[in-house]
Design a protein around this ligand. Sequence first.
Ligand code: GZL
Length: 321
Amino acid sequence: MHLTRRNLIAAAIALAGTSVTFNALAAKPLVIGFSQVGAESEWRTANTVSIKDAAKKAGVTLKFADAQQRQENQVKAIRSFIAQKVDVIAFSPVVESGWDTVLREAKAAKIPVILTDRDVNVTDKSLYVTLIGSDFVEEGRRAGRWLVDYAKKTPGKVLNIVELQGTVGSAPAIDRKTGFEEVTKGNAQLKLLRTQTGEFTRAKGKEVMEAFLKAHGKNINVLYAHNDDMAIGAIQAIEEAGLKPGKDIVIVSIDGVKGAFEAMMLGKLNVTVECSPLLGPQLMQAAQDVVAGKPVAKRIVTEERVFPAEVAAKEFPNRKY
Ligand code: GZL
């Protein structure tokens, strides 16, 4: 049972014997402080909408802070939530490391912390209650498996790959690289030419792809992008170089945002591995359970699929983000 502010007040009232009932307390909306990474991609925008909509539906008071992809802004926001004595702190950590101190401050203030989307690298796992989000290593494996199968269509042909990584030090960038390499390493047909971060944004993805094309041009056969936004930026660079994305350069991406389905329907993207941003309802449920003293699983994994271009037109009308 978490000794939260709500529980302590209830105990004080019971002791004081006043007429205020717990119901009056129970009616007080839950207050969640949420620190978001930023607004760097279609995925992130959809994630923010999901969290805000779910808070409204659940009658939760949401204090929302956009960190503009800077860890120091997230630390500041978490400290502000502690000072405001919110009931629960939730956040999507922009990078894995550097959280021990501020999470120890939240623990000392007896405010439970929930991670959404991305993991943290802390020695003391009691610093957070649960992580709600995707298995990024499996997403990398799924991207790799699609490419291994694709390569089998041209036995013996070497495919030169360039990779656009996500934000340096972030869980999705680290894990998607790990999963992809786990499946593709040792495959004689698959050769990694270049790998560099595109910071999960369209603009940086385009800029880095331009540099890859300048260095390797027509020798590039495959682009592996850690998210659809960088893939969409790269598609612009490929077209401006006079090449056909999806044909001259096969593109494997991750997220499954609407922009990726539109590119697949135009024949410019070959496959996207789904990574659901719709974490809002699960976050609200977990926060309410934590405050009620109910058990919450340490890891809540979202279910996801792989969408090759062949199914894009059929699936597009069903997409929620
Ligand atoms: C993944 C999420 C990543 C997305 C990107 O869960 O953290 O961050 O793949 C987003 O689009 O910027």
